[in-house]
Write a protein that binds this ligand. Structure first.
Ligand code: GLY
Length: 438
């Protein structure tokens, strides 16, 4: 096994190669990357949770370091301007430590404005960051030609990134196992969430997205954001879509559990089987939109086999019936951001591959290649708003509404894994982590 320091060193060399090519293509001499600044609530001195510029996190495993900068000039050691204020109200960042330190020329600053003394001239620089990270004379310009190339290449994970993504999976799986136990003990959504955080060893603000923890009917709200503190009288089902972060890299995993009801358990088993088959198809050369359409086909098969909708799967797909039960996309790219960049990008220069018509929520339209990490997250839900349209439409007669009335009390089923596309068989990061934890 390659050690951490070697993996990081190779990762950084690769990023420098990528930056060299992107700068040349964009006609720039240097790359400056702002970590970002803390943002404060309106008329208040309370900051929002800090979110690091993902380009900064790509170079450095530093996720809570506002007002830092990276300056990279091809052929030279990168400079890290490290903001370490003297502050007795808040804990300042620790002294630089870790596998990355030897690879940077580190300049400690005590106030954000001092950064300009250590940054190279802005003229000729591609400056990546949000507008509010600007310093006098150093204003982010985010050139499209540079960003497009860097975003395109971010789809192809280095060995260091895969290692961090695996670590994030292990962390999330610890949370998922504790959450399942909390569900089985009949706890509230809020208590399940806290059990998750404690086991994952993660604060809310460190999560890559807000945990989705839906008991019973709440599982039908795709991104259910409320964490009810009152336990329901009966905990029939749990849909938990929850992730974790390690060094800025995200895990994004969904599981659904029932309470033994045969019809809902059959639905979970069927969606799980479909999900496993789709995850097996994360292979080089696979067109992702085609996989998404096949997911519709397979889920139509489930609806038919379980007697929920008595229609031929192909007609369910053609008439949009499957979208009533599976209204979101099959998945998305994953990495430094939970919905990682370049999901629609046509090539390193940019361009866009549109979604297939009738599938407005698909977030990935590219062809899979080795190094990509994507989610595979089919689901079947009983969403009142969408079912009302089906009931009023021409296919209402094909639906077993009594069965739907039974199943809607369980909300829905989503099963989601994070899968690494390799040159051969896929690496299912999530299932591997569950197996290791068992
Ligand atoms: N799993 C949460 C999301 O994709 O937004």
């Amino acid at each position: 096994m390659t050690d951490h320091a070697t993996l990081y060193a190779a990762h950084l060399r690769e990023l420098m190669r990528r930056a060299d090519a992107a700068l040349e293509a964009g006609g720039f001499d240097r790359l400056l990357i702002a970590a970002g600044v803390e943002k404060f609530q309106f008329l208040d001195d309370r900051p929002y949770p800090f979110a690091t510029n993902p380009h900064f996190k790509h170079w450095l495993p530093l996720d809570h370091h506002p007002d830092c900068w990276i300056a990279y000039t091809p052929g030279q050691k990168p400079v890290l301007v490290y903001h370490q204020p003297e502050d007795f109200w808040h804990l300042p960042p620790a002294d630089p430590a870790g596998v990355w330190v030897e690879h940077f020329d580190i300049r400690i600053i005590r106030s954000p404005a001092e950064a300009t003394q250590h940054l190279p001239p802005a003229a000729g620089s591609a400056i990546l960051g949000e507008a509010d990270a600007a310093l006098p004379g150093v204003v982010p310009n985010n050139p499209e030609a540079v960003l497009n190339r860097l975003h395109w290449l971010r789809s192809y994970k280095t060995a260091w990134e895969l290692d961090r993504l695996r670590a994030a999976q292990a962390r999330a799986v610890r949370g998922h196992r504790a959450a399942e136990a909390a569900f089985r003990a009949g706890l509230s959504e809020g208590a399940i969430h806290r059990a998750y955080l404690a086991a994952a060893g993660q604060r809310d603000a460190g999560l890559p997205y807000g945990n989705i923890i839906g008991l019973n009917e709440h599982g039908a709200t795709l991104h259910y954001q409320v964490q009810d503190e009152t336990a329901p009288a009966e905990s029939r089902s749990l849909l938990i879509d929850a992730g974790a972060s390690v060094d800025g890299y995200a895990a994004d995993i969904t599981r659904t559990y029932g309470n033994g009801d045969a019809r809902f358990e059959a639905l979970i088993a069927a969606v799980d089987a479909v999900q496993r088959r789709l995850a097996e198809r994360v292979r080089a050369g696979q067109d992702y939109p085609a996989l998404h359409i096949d997911a519709h086909r397979a889920l139509a098969g489930v609806l038919n086999e379980l007697g929920i909708v008595r229609m031929a799967p192909e007609s369910m797909l053609e008439t949009g019936v499957t979208s009533v039960f599976f209204p979101h996309g099959l998945g998305h790219p994953l990495g430094l951001q939970v919905h990682d960049v370049a999901g629609f990008q046509a090539g390193p220069e940019g361009g866009r591959i549109e979604r297939p018509q009738g599938h407005p929520f698909l977030r990935l339209t590219r062809t899979l290649q080795p190094g990509m990490v994507v989610t595979i997250e089919p689901g079947l839900y009983f969403i009142d708003q969408l079912l009302a349209g089906l009931k009023a439409g021409p296919h209402a007669g094909a639906v077993d509404w009594n069965l739907i009335d039974h199943l809607r009390r369980y909300g829905g089923v989503r099963i989601e894994d994070d899968v690494h596309c390799t040159a051969g068989a896929p690496e299912n990061l999530s299932r591997d982590a569950f197996a290791a934890a068992a």
